[in-house]
Design a protein around this ligand. Structure first.
Ligand SMILES: Cc1ncc(COP(=O)(O)O)c(C=O)c1O
Length: 441
């Protein structure tokens, strides 16, 4: 019998994603449990979750409804193919989700992640344009500093340089509009910035350059998260919608982080009162418990595919694990939890308290901007000269030592706690962070 001996604490084999592997492995940080607002570390500490895991555990951790739903589902039906077969929970979930979004977003395509949702939405957009006789519309437009996951589609329309530069030329025909960050005019704004609606007009420049007849869709995050929280200027998203409408271009909102209550409304489309043609989601859909994503599309898009012989597959796309029974069960348990506890609007109740707390960081050392919306916060630090990201990473490590989990991107601290957070937790989070910023170089 050949059996490879593996040392119990061998950290070498796991190539960790988006991680400084060597730094981590020299001084690992391990979570071994989680409940409510806290993680439990391998050295027995309770760590306050300031980031809902990775913006996903919106209902908090170890929620009974979700745990029970998964346990029951594993016993009842472990797996069912979604190609040419179905299982009841997939349809129940889709109908329930469709009812949550504004009309006409009433069809749902299931995936397993935000990245897959983005690829799915981009593919549906291209295939739709072709289906309606607009096959010359093959270009996809993203935005600088956008994050749309890590598939080739997502990094092509994405605009975070480090996520793109080593991966070749990616999808052809993609272009980008400018980002909306304007420190000079908008620093320390509470909520939506006053200045920058006109940044949406950069789409007109791109349209004029390529001609509208070549452009299928524009994809943006309503609030850009991974780049370090960029809140859209007032009127910006409405303007983007108008420009897309004028030119027959589909608008895709990537709501992977804003979906499921992050802004105090079920979705950002509700918050900004702008209805896109497609919406990508994941994360909060199952409160992060089982991987799952969902793409919502307008009825006209779905209907455009529903022609030809009835025995023909209409869209040649899908995943082995689309609508996986465990994921559907987790999502239904999550939606129950959100509903019973009013979590999809809870951020609205806490937003004022949260905003004051985030902006109380303004006077801490090296803070050059503070931003917030719903239950999202960002604290932008002045980078150490010649050593970008070092200051924020030091803050991350120090916060962890002080039992608080934060997330950093570049030199920006991003905060997005579970929606069950209490005011007392908010106090602990920011008191700790204040200490952290005073203690690091
Ligand atoms: C806006 C947005 N889109 C897509 C993704 C990718 O999601 P995933 O990591 O589940 O593939 C993320 C992840 O953070 C995201 O924030």
């Amino acid at each position: 019998m050949s059996q490879r001996a593996v040392a119990p604490n061998d950290l070498e084999a796991f190539w960790m994603p988006f991680t400084a592997n060597r730094q981590f492995k020299s001084n690992p940080r391990m979570f071994v449990g989680a409940e409510g607002m806290h993680y439990l570390t391998s050295d027995g500490r309770k760590v306050l979750d300031g980031t809902a895991g990775l913006w996903c555990c919106n209902a908090g951790h170890k929620r009974p409804r979700i745990v029970e739903a998964i346990q029951k589902q594993a016993e009842e039906l472990d797996y069912a193919p979604a190609f040419q077969m179905g299982h009841p929970k997939a349809f129940e979930l889709a109908a329930r989700l469709a009812a949550m979004l504004p009309k006409p977003l009433d069809h749902v395509f299931f995936t397993n992640s935000g990245s897959e949702s983005v690829d799915t939405a981009l593919k549906i957009a291209l295939a739709y344009q072709r289906a309606i006789g607009q096959g010359t519309r093959t270009r996809l437009i993203g935005r600088e500093r956008g994050y749309h996951g890590v598939g080739f589609g997502g990094i092509s329309v994405g605009g975070i340089v480090a996520n793109r530069r080593t991966f070749g030329t990616m999808l052809t025909g993609v272009d980008h509009i400018r980002h909306t960050h304007d420190l000079e005019r908008n620093a320390f704004t509470r909520g939506e910035p006053e200045h920058g609606e006109e940044f949406a007009d950069d789409l007109i420049r791109v349209i004029q350059l390529h001609d509208p007849s070549t452009i299928a869709a524009v994809i943006v995050e309503p609030v850009a998260g991974s780049t370090g929280v960029l809140v859209p200027p007032k009127g910006y998203l409405k303007r983007l919608r108008e420009i897309c409408d004028q030119h027959g271009i589909l608008l895709i909102f990537d709501e992977v982080i804003t979906g499921f209550g992050r802004l105090g409304t079920p979705f950002a489309t509700d918050y900004f009162e702008v209805v896109p043609d497609l919406v990508t989601t994941a994360k909060g859909l199952t409160s992060g418990v089982v991987p799952m994503g969902a793409v919502f599309c307008a009825s006209a898009i779905y209907e455009a595919f529903m022609n030809g012989p009835e025995n023909m597959i209409e869209l040649f796309h899908g995943y082995t694990y689309s609508a996986h029974p465990l994921a559907c069960a987790a999502a239904l348990g999550t939606l129950d939890t959100y509903e019973e506890e009013g979590l999809l609007t809870r951020a609205a109740e806490l937003a004022g308290y949260w905003e004051d707390a985030v902006h109380s960081m303004r006077d801490c050392p090296n803070v050059i901007d503070v931003r917030n919306l719903g239950l999202i916060g960002a604290i932008e630090l002045e980078p150490i000269a010649g050593e970008p990201t070092k200051r924020a990473f030091a803050a991350f490590l120090e916060a962890y030592e002080r039992n608080v989990l934060i997330r950093t991107t570049g030199d920006i601290i991003a905060l997005s706690p579970p929606l069950i957070i209490e005011k007392s937790d908010i106090d602990v989070l920011f008191d700790t962070l204040r200490g952290v910023l005073k203690s690091i170089p």
